[in-house]
Design a binder for this molecule. Sequence first.
Ligand SMILES: Cc1ncc(COP(=O)(O)O)c(C=O)c1O
Length: 450
Amino acid sequence: MQNHLTRRGFIGRAAAGSVALTWLGAGRAPTVFAAEASKPALLGGTPVHRGGWPPWPTWRESWEPPIIEVLRSGRWYRGDGEHVAEFETRYAQLLGAKRCLATASGTTALLVSLHVMDVDAGDEVITSPFTFIATYNAILINKALPVFADTDPATLTMDPASIESRITERTRAILPVHIYGLPCDMDPINAIARQHKLAVIEDACQAWLAEYKGKKCGVLGDLGCFSFQNSKHIPSGEGGAVTGDSDELLDRCQAFHNCGRPFGNLKGQGYFTRGSNYRMQQFQAVLLMQQFDKLVRETAIRRENADYLTAQLSQIPGIRPARLPENSRGVWHLYPFAYDGQQFNGLSKNKFIQALSAEGIPCSNGYHEQYNDGLLDEAIASRGFKRLFSAARLKAYRESFRELKGNAQVCANTVAVFQSLLLAERSNVAHIVEAIQKIHANSAALAKPA
Ligand SMILES: Cc1ncc(COP(=O)(O)O)c(C=O)c1O
């Protein structure tokens, strides 16, 4: 059975696992016989890692007073306080963006951006299939077609070479996703967009502080979108942001996310545009502002440990860490690697994940081939999509998923370790390497049918 453990479910499980593992570790004799230590935990041996892992999310008592102050003020909504606006100024500064708009979530950041970049009913948007499902949904909710570029198995992001063949006269935008905080190769993507006069909206929902050629993700295209949902490196339960360098675009984003009320240079025109309510609350902004320093500090730690893992894991046959584009820095929302069962005596990926989890290393599958799940069939069978697109286009669209060979490979091969493990002491991070080495050494026994 496929292990479709989701990233969000995985956090809960990783946290629960750390409690169980701590308890197991505490109950065992400190001396472990070599034979037991080398026997895979899945076959009854001792787990390589028997302590817990850093919990996620975490908070500090010092964060409480400003939150209580907002609570007691009764000024909770954006229009009645200064915190959201202050957050926007400071988040823009952190990223080197001219402007930022805070939103209720990453999904609403994407909805705002797609609307403002004039993605309309019947348009097409080229995006990555290897992403959280919100990327698909934001395009579909605009009654546009998410057309999938293929995934580069080396980088796990959109393969720029697969974009041009997918452009039609309906294409309005390219929506690259910096998945797991791994920057997309933006130069060729931007060049294609310029040549075909397409907007570029970055899904940077997992890429806070990731960098490409000296600039932060989220300021590499026309607009960038971020999420601050609970699992994220800077969480506020729910929350999001749009970033960019154009005052005109950001004024439009502001207006659209606030029921179409005029803003900035658009002032004085009454309800000049459509809009919705995608506003962030004051509580969320206060919580987020407390975490800027923590985000910077923890990003550096995750990077150091990810670099260590990449150097070590590259030496194990059958394990291939993700490659970053030249001159870029990831932030590792998950630490992914490609797993080749052939190098592990035919041990299936699911069994490898079970074995690694049993060694005390919580891990999960990457995204699966979500375009086969039914949501796109449901969308293209709807009255609206049938009115907007020809039957021939929808048929060709549905059939095009079979061409996503790189993505199919990535979905089949990827194993991912949750980000909070990268915040552990180096001696514990080394357990990830040791556990995989142990599984490799014992793969013949593990691969045997039970
Ligand atoms: C890549 C990606 N896009 C979009 C989203 C949507 O963000 P949110 O959950 O804040 O709506 C997420 C959040 O998980 C994400 O990871």
